[in-house]
Design a protein around this ligand. Structure first.
Ligand SMILES: C[S@@+](CC[C@H](N)C(=O)[O-])C[C@H]1O[C@@H](n2cnc3c(N)ncnc32)[C@H](O)[C@@H]1O
Length: 367
């Protein structure tokens, strides 16, 4: 019986993955793309983050989620998509909170951030100000949880953020046999599916040959690609708009002992106008863009894809690696990029199993 239900779950996963692959292949077929390479996810424990609402039911207290179709709430005692660390913490946390009137009062949401490193940040969200008594109890909670996990606790309320420990985890990602360390900050963007993320970085490394030229990365976050890829290039410049991600990227550069990577806090649009010498930026002081010999550009934009100027700018480079979480905007951008470049490689990374969301990668080479 157990086997039967396991194999039908597997079929469902693979059926959906096949459907996604066909959808992506068909979108890319307009651009003469080669066969899409597919990188599967695990079927459980693949998500490094999870957020739950909290339900107060008399003396009882539990995590809840909402059915997306019916909008009805349902109780969640364990959550197989989330990492084992999160699942283990859910049980211990709820038992502790249930019996603590100070910590449970007006608690409405619990967010978990974990990593393959098994570090954990738990954020407790409240509809009340957090006072001294709350702090005392939250410290004791962290002490209790610390017997099981390397954990920090964050309290959030209107205009308040109280950190007991750190507001980040240090993630350890194995990529091509080397472990890279990343600061992942609570409430900042990080790839949700760590193991598929490693496959995605390995794919990007495999499709760009080692070379003595330089890499430009737009939308680089905390250096998820730049840092492991630095060994393949002479110099790397990454740009990113979010301040906490840029600060994390600086930490990650040091932590991984790299001396050929620079991350600059600029929007893709502003960096594009700096490259075109239309504007100068104090944040680029000390960086002589003319001294770089960018042969490859990697972009990983948000769902909206690339703006027209950045799109035109990246066409100046021989190799373009485009990572996308929205195949529709990818296809739209490819209408422009394929006027000058051909698609040499295409891939689907199943970051979001059991959903219709597709994460895609395309490498283009100049004709
Ligand atoms: C899909 S995430 C990718 C981040 C990174 N490549 C990674 O793998 O973790 C997109 C990133 O683009 C950043 N971003 C959004 N709009 C931007 C803009 N106009 N210019 C530069 N970065 C931007 C976001 O803060 C986010 O970190």
């Amino acid at each position: 019986m157990a086997n039967q239900s396991q194999s039908s779950a597997e079929m469902t996963y693979h059926q959906q993955l096949n459907e996604k692959t066909e959808r992506l292949q068909s979108l890319l077929s307009d651009f003469n793309a080669p066969e899409v390479q597919v990188f599967e996810s695990q079927e459980t424990h693949y998500r490094m983050r999870a957020e739950f609402r909290v339900w107060h039911d008399g003396d009882d207290l539990y995590h809840i989620m909402f059915n997306q179709q019916t909008k009805e709430k349902y109780r969640v005692d364990n959550f197989p998509p989330a990492s084992k660390t999160i699942n283990d913490a859910m049980t211990v946390l709820i038992e502790t909170l249930k019996n603590n009137p100070v910590l449970r009062k007006k608690l409405f949401q619990i967010d978990y951030l974990s990593g393959l490193s098994e570090e954990l940040v738990i954020s407790l969200l409240y509809h009340k100000p957090l006072d001294e008594q709350w702090h005392e109890e939250a410290k004791k909670l962290r002490d209790t949880l610390s017997k099981h996990f390397k954990v920090s606790v964050i309290g959030r309320a209107r205009k308040q953020k109280s950190v007991i420990g750190n507001d980040f985890i240090i993630e350890a990602l194995p990529v091509n046999g080397t472990t890279y360390y990343f600061k992942h900050i609570e409430n900042s963007f990080t790839q949700p599916n760590a193991k598929v993320n490693c496959k995605m970085i390995e794919w990007a490394m495999a499709v760009c040959q080692d070379n003595q030229r330089d890499l430009l990365e737009l939308y680089c976050g905390a250096g998820n690609f730049s840092i492991p890829m630095a060994g393949q290039f002479r110099h790397v410049i990454g740009t990113e708009i979010a301040k906490p991600s840029v600060a994390a990227a600086q930490y990650n550069i040091e932590c991984n002992n790299l001396d050929n990577v620079k991350i600059v806090r600029l929007s893709a649009e502003d960096f594009t106008s700096a490259m075109r010498k239309e504007r100068t930026f104090s944040r680029l002081e000390g960086i002589d863009l003319e001294s770089y010999d960018f042969g490859t550009v990697l972009v990983d934009p948000p769902r909206a894809g690339l703006d027209d100027e950045s799109l035109a700018m990246i066409q100046d480079y021989d190799d373009i690696i485009y990572i996308s979480c929205n195949p529709e905007t990818l296809a739209d951008n490819l209408k422009t990029l394929t006027q000058t470049h051909d698609i040499a490689d295409a891939a689907l990374f199943d970051q979001f199993p059991f959903t219709h969301h597709i994460e895609a990668g395309v490498r283009l080479t100049r004709r």
